[in-house]
Design a protein around this ligand. Structure first.
Ligand code: IMP
Length: 455
């Protein structure tokens, strides 16, 4: 089945971009029909990183925050109604993709999608500065919270249809007026003199002109694509434990990001999709918030450094934890997933890996995730896993620099398949499947396109 939804099973940064790109490549091989990559929630708080091997042999890093990862593979791209759409970032990324990969396919933005403006970012920074103690979120300061507040407030949400319409200047002026209390409190410069409005208009007018043609009724367009048997890939951002309802309050993001959410927003049936969860072998968290298996020992410190675990949107170090299968079992259930892609398997080779298979909560053992995750103490299984994939550099934080040395070793595993994997890794996969009750269908052993062992 070519139609897929891809979501993260942890706290984001699981490596979804690489899996999404791999699914695009699979679809290309399966048929010659159009491929759609549609972003369905979140905004520029996401940092989707892809490494693409260029025709001249260079490995190029491409990070997208606002544009779906389909821009690296010349796919049709779509922006759904629940996205916090940042036109400034989007246009820059599309431009870069045109230069790097010759991107020239269709861009389809739902008329219903809301626009994220500079004042959302400024309000985000201001709100975060007011938070103290355990109310601090550690946001990416991309404007996400204030954007979704406007969404819920309805009257101050500016949709893409309004953004590209001739009345935009008037609409924006009215919205700024409606929001003047908070904008003044946040001390946005030039607000009172009207200079701020002029600056926004000057920034957005050329972008509006360029994107006008992209406005569409995305739900009808995707339904037609589905009926024609084209390939639809829905791109999730962040991770399930950051969901506005199911994540850890208050350190979650502001959007609904579980796999069944886009189906409602885009009018698509569950039965037409496979849902894949992406799990990084070890969880990471960036910003504030609890992670029960946080590894403050060598495992955490070395993995953070050697795997280059640094936020793609903010440059902050990501905190690393031991594998937490209780979380995975939970998010696999919430997302109704059909299969799991395991990523970053190469980044932990030669380390001793323990796995959390239960929590102690209020003195009792449980395999459930409590709504107050702070109350959970991890219980690890007795088994320690450790695998050796190849001799080579331990520091994999700059993939571009080690690609030449490791390319062939990675390619061998991909060619020879799961049978060639080290014994302890095979056991890890079997124990994982027995615990989660969902199959691992692919395992990423390198950052570049194609470096995935299919199981
Ligand atoms: P916000 O989404 O910028 O409001 O940030 C809220 C929380 O979610 C913070 O802890 C962020 O670090 C985290 N977060 C948001 N987006 C991502 C992401 O794409 N990857 C990882 N963490 C994220």
């Amino acid at each position: 089945m070519p139609n897929t939804i891809v979501v993260g099973l942890q706290w984001g940064d699981e490596g979804k971009a690489k899996i999404l790109d791999d699914l695009v490549q699979e679809a290309k091989q399966a048929n010659d029909k159009k491929i759609w990559v549609v972003r369905f929630q979140g905004g520029p708080n996401a940092g989707h990183t892809n490494y693409i091997l260029m025709p001249d042999g260079r490995l190029v890093k491409f990070v997208s925050h606002a544009a779906p990862i389909g821009v690296t593979s010349n796919s049709e791209i779509g922006i759904g109604p629940n996205v916090a759409f940042d036109p400034e970032k989007f246009i820059k990324e599309v431009e870069e993709a045109r230069k790097l990969f010759g991107y020239n396919a269709g861009i389809h933005i739902s008329e219903r999608t809301g626009i994220l403006f500079d004042y959302h970012r400024k309000l985000d920074a201001w709100q975060e500065s007011l938070r103290t103690g355990n109310l601090k979120i550690g946001t990416t300061v991309s404007g996400i919270g204030p954007f979704y507040m406007d969404n819920a407030n309805r009257a101050t949400r500016i949709t893409f249809a309004e953004y590209v319409s001739d009345n935009f200047h008037d609409t924006l002026a009215k919205v700024l007026e409606q929001k003047s209390h908070e904008l003044v409190a946040a001390r946005i410069p030039g607000l009172v003199t009207g200079k701020y409005l002029d600056t926004l208009i000057a920034t957005h007018d050329p972008i509006r002109k360029e994107l006008k043609e992209c406005a569409c009724e995305l739900e009808y367009i995707l339904r037609e694509a589905l009926e024609k048997g084209e390939n639809i890939i829905l791109e999730g951002a962040q991770g399930s434990m950051l969901d506005i309802d199911m994540g850890t309050k208050p350190t979650q993001t502001s959007s609904h990001l579980l796999a069944t959410d886009p189906l409602a927003g885009l009018g698509l049936p569950r039965s037409a999709f496979r849902i894949y969860g992406v799990e990084k072998l070890y969880p990471t968290r960036v910003g504030e918030g609890v992670m029960p298996t946080l590894a403050e020992d060598n495992f955490g410190i070395e993995t953070q450094k050697n795997a280059g675990e640094v936020g793609a949107s903010t440059g902050r170090d990501r905190r690393v934890g031991y594998p937490d299968w209780v979380i995975i079992k939970y998010t696999a259930m919430l997302n109704d997933i059909d299969g799991i892609y395991l990523t970053r398997v190469d980044n932990v080779q030669d380390r001793d890996i323990k796995v959390c298979t239960a929590y102690e909560v209020n003195g009792k053992r449980t395999e459930r995730v409590p709504s107050k995750l702070e109350t959970a103490t991890p219980i690890y299984s007795d088994k320690i896993y450790s695998w050796h994939l190849w001799d080579g550099p331990a520091d994999l934080s700059k993939p571009e620099e080690v690609d030449k040395a490791l390319h062939d070793k990675r390619a061998d595993y991909v060619k020879e398949g799961s049978g060639s994997l080290p014994k302890s890794l095979k056991e890890y996969i079997i124990d994982h499947e027995n615990y989660i009750k969902k199959p691992i269908i692919g395992m990423s052993i390198g950052p570049a396109r194609g470096e995935i062992v299919k199981l």
